[in-house]
Design a protein around this ligand. Structure first.
Ligand SMILES: *[C@@H]1O[C@H](CO)[C@@H](O)[C@H](O)[C@H]1NC(C)=O
Ligand SMILES: *[C@@H]1O[C@H](CO)[C@@H](O)[C@H](O)[C@H]1NC(C)=O
Ligand SMILES: *[C@@H]1O[C@H](CO)[C@@H](O)[C@H](O)[C@H]1NC(C)=O
Ligand SMILES: *[C@@H]1O[C@H](CO)[C@@H](O)[C@H](O)[C@H]1NC(C)=O
Ligand SMILES: *[C@@H]1O[C@H](CO)[C@@H](O)[C@H](O)[C@H]1NC(C)=O
Ligand SMILES: *[C@@H]1O[C@H](CO)[C@@H](O)[C@H](O)[C@H]1NC(C)=O
Length: 664
């Protein structure tokens, strides 16, 4: 269906083109783009930009932009897209810099507009994100028609076929400065407005409190001219635009009132000859298109998902697909959405960094500063911090980390939103993650630098301390949901800090059990997720207790949560510890289970207590698992005993135990 519609659109365009090519030009105002931006293959004067015909060659001008979550919904992210300033957008719309605005809210964006050659424009730049973006999708979908595919092509050296992810596109945005005539009538600004469904010149005039005639004149439109959705139109303003744009309610889809594309352009001297030629051409084109559509439909479905064929006119169906692809490619992992109050609260004590500051601090996100994945080391005047790049809405993580304040939870110091990505700035952990120390092959964490028994117990104690805080001292109760050795960071003194709250949840407090939640989106790390979560999506604090048990087992054994034995059989730590602590020769088996990198330097009795504790934590039945408060109490005893422990006391005995196990 959509394809047939697009055929009709093409025919219509041809018609329009034929009509409008005879419009007389008075260079006093700006020519309306008149849907010609849909025909990317052809250049028109009106699609290249607004003529530089005003009194000044530069001025303050306004763009409008519809909030489109998750990527472009805050003044910060929109300002990077449109090359404005977050605080300027925030002030113009009476919101805060990082406030997320509801979808489709129209924001005004103050920009500096100036002449570049014959056209007024405001320069922005855009890095292509995914394969399949086209000049048209960038102009119409990403930039919401604030620019045109023709202007993009004219000002970029890249062939339309050659657009690849990462490429930086120069984006001229349509803006204008008042002409002599407009100035005389008292107009000081021009605003580029995005026409949307159901709007007319008169309804737009009402929004801004200007008379219809001045809008018609500013766009070289006639009384009976038609305006189109997804086209920009210039609005002359005497004062700054309102802080909140109240659009007329959008009528239902099939409402007869909105002007629809099929109407002819009123500006033409509609001679009958042209009408006939137009209709004939239109019918022929329609026929051709229908035939083409017919054949296209006969072809195998697979082809439909290909990127827009190069150099071909863009049909509605292909471009919608492209935009869908763009949206779908945004990972939904961090989609904890919290109220704007939350973000407002968060910003009160967090620093908002400029992207340039972060670039400088991380050496332009250079390889040498890469810690792991999308985490970089940053240096702010000698103070180190970690910068993590996240996609989409991360207000959830920001909000949780803002509310929690504990020595053993990584501290968030600030953030930055740039081009739809969020950059979170954390306290720096000098010694990387526990995972690196236990399982990495890297020389830095090699055998000789292995963690000692006392350090391991301290780490377990620290993690339990943090979980105890999350489960019992925050309201609502928080469940981390993604505890693993990779998310336990170590500072300069090997004190542990829990990080990565991307999956963390607040759950209803329900007395002793701390509450629960159900989810259908089971996400986490294999080997750390308890059975009730994998099987039923049940989220309770006991989920963290299970993962904690696995981390303790890693600390004891130096093995990974999931490993393979000599025969290649997959083994999980909970299963292994049950075998170790069952039946005969427990001491001996435990000696064999312990991390060889400890070189036997640990008190076997305390190791046994730790293993027993961990075994209870990883019980299949969540009701058999202890509360984290009990775990923490037990661990604090183990910890103080470990501090009293004199390695020489036990050394002989544990040596002999590990020798027995080695010789097996
Ligand atoms: C387009 O603009 C050029 C000058 O910029 C002018 O010479 C030409 O007549 C214009 N074309 C139309 C169709 O208005
Ligand atoms: C700005 O918003 C606040 C509340 O969010 C409101 O009290 C205030 O009147 C608004 N100011 C303007 C100029 O709209
Ligand atoms: C326009 O430029 C001036 C100076 O170059 C700057 O102070 C002002 O903030 C800019 N306006 C906007 C909307 O970015
Ligand atoms: C905008 O870009 C155009 C084309 O690259 C350039 O000529 C012009 O100087 C730029 N304008 C500003 C204000 O940087
Ligand atoms: C496309 O890009 C490649 C390399 O980036 C270049 O060699 C080639 O000439 C480009 N093609 C066109 C048509 O611009
Ligand atoms: C242009 O973008 C709008 C959204 O801004 C979308 O609804 C419309 O379908 C797009 N037009 C085409 C032809 O893809």
């Amino acid at each position: 269906m959509a394809t047939i519609q697009c055929g009709a659109t093409t025919a219509l365009l041809l018609l329009l083109f034929l009509f409008t090519s005879s419009i007389p030009k008075s260079l006093s105002q700006q020519e309306y783009v008149n849907n010609k931006q849909l025909n990317c293959d052809t250049e028109f004067n009106s699609t290249k930009g607004n003529l530089c015909n005003g009194v000044s060659s530069s001025c303050t001008s306004y763009l409008t932009f519809k909030s489109s979550p998750p990527e472009y919904a805050t003044p910060s992210s929109i300002s990077y897209l449109l090359n404005s300033t977050p605080s300027v957008i925030a002030a113009a719309n009476n919101i805060t810099d990082v406030e997320s605005v509801a979808a489709d809210t129209l924001l005004t964006i103050p920009v500096n507009c100036s002449c570049a050659g014959p056209y007024y424009q405001h320069n922005a730049s855009y890095a292509i994100k995914v394969l399949g973006e086209t000049y048209f999708s960038i102009a119409n979908n990403t930039y919401q028609s604030l620019t045109t595919c023709q202007a993009l092509m004219a000002q970029n050296p890249f062939d339309a076929r050659n657009l690849t992810a990462g490429l930086n596109i120069h984006v001229p945005l349509r803006c204008a400065c008042p002409t002599q005539k407009q100035r005389q009538e008292g107009f000081n600004y021009l605003l580029t407005y995005l026409v949307s469904q159901g709007e007319s010149v008169s309804s737009i005039a009402d929004i801004f409190g200007v008379d219809q005639q001045s809008i018609l004149e500013a766009n070289e439109l006639k009384e009976n001219s038609v305006i189109f959705y997804f086209t920009p139109i210039s609005i002359p303003l005497k004062t700054e635009p309102p802080k909140r744009i109240q659009r007329a309610a959008t009528p239902p889809e099939d409402s007869p009132s909105p002007p629809s594309p099929p109407a002819a352009d009123g500006g033409s001297s509609s001679s009958k000859k042209w009408v006939i030629v137009g209709v004939v051409v239109g019918v022929v084109v329609l026929l051709l298109v229908s035939v083409a559509v017919f054949f296209l439909c006969l072809r195998p479905r697979k082809r439909k998902n290909r990127a827009t064929p190069p150099g071909k006119p863009f049909s509605a169906s292909t471009t919608t697909e492209t935009s869908k692809k763009v949206v779908d490619s945004i990972p939904k992992t961090h989609s904890l959405s919290l109220s704007s109050e939350g973000v407002r609260y968060a910003i009160e004590s967090l620093s908002v960094y400029k992207f340039e500051e972060l670039q400088k601090a991380t050496g332009f996100f250079g390889e040498e500063n890469k810690i792991k994945g999308s985490v970089y080391r940053a240096s702010f005047q000698g103070d180190y911090a970690a910068v993590k790049i996240l996609k989409g809405d991360v207000s959830g993580e920001i909000n949780i980390l803002k509310r929690v304040n504990h020595f053993n939870i990584i501290r968030l110091s600030g953030f930055c939103v740039y081009k739809g990505d969020t950059y979170l700035v954390y306290e720096f952990a000098e010694n990387d993650s526990l995972e690196d120390w236990l399982h990495s092959d890297d020389k830095k964490f090699g055998n000789s630098a292995s963690l000692s028994w006392v350090q391991r117990v301290q780490i377990a104690y620290d993690v339990a301390d943090a979980l105890n805080y999350l489960h019992n001292y925050t309201s609502p109760v928080h469940v981390h949901k993604n505890l693993k050795s990779g998310n336990v960071l170590l500072d300069g003194n090997f004190r542990a800090k829990i990080s990565n709250f991307g999956l963390a949840r607040a759950v209803e407090d329900q007395g002793d059990d701390g509450g629960f939640q159900l989810t259908r989106h089971v996400m986490g790390t294999q080997g750390y997720m308890p059975p009730e979560y994998i099987e039923n999506g049940l989220i309770t604090p006991k989920m963290d207790v299970f993962a904690f048990g696995v981390v303790v087992l890693e600390l004891l054994s130096g093995r990974e949560a999931i490993s393979r034995d000599k025969n290649g059989t997959r083994k999980e730590l909970p299963e292994i510890v049950n075998q170790v602590l069952e039946g005969e020769n427990v001491r001996e088996k435990l000696g064999g289970f312990m991390d060889p990198n400890l070189r036997g330097e640990y008190p076997l009795d305390l190791a046994y207590s730790m293993a027993e504790l961990a075994k209870h934590c990883v019980a299949r039945d969540l009701n058999s698992r202890p509360q984290i408060a009990e775990v923490f109490a037990t661990l604090s005893k183990i910890q103080s005993s470990s501090l009293d422990w004199d390695p020489s006391d036990d050394l002989e005995r544990s040596r002999s135990v590990s020798q027995i196990s080695d010789s097996r």
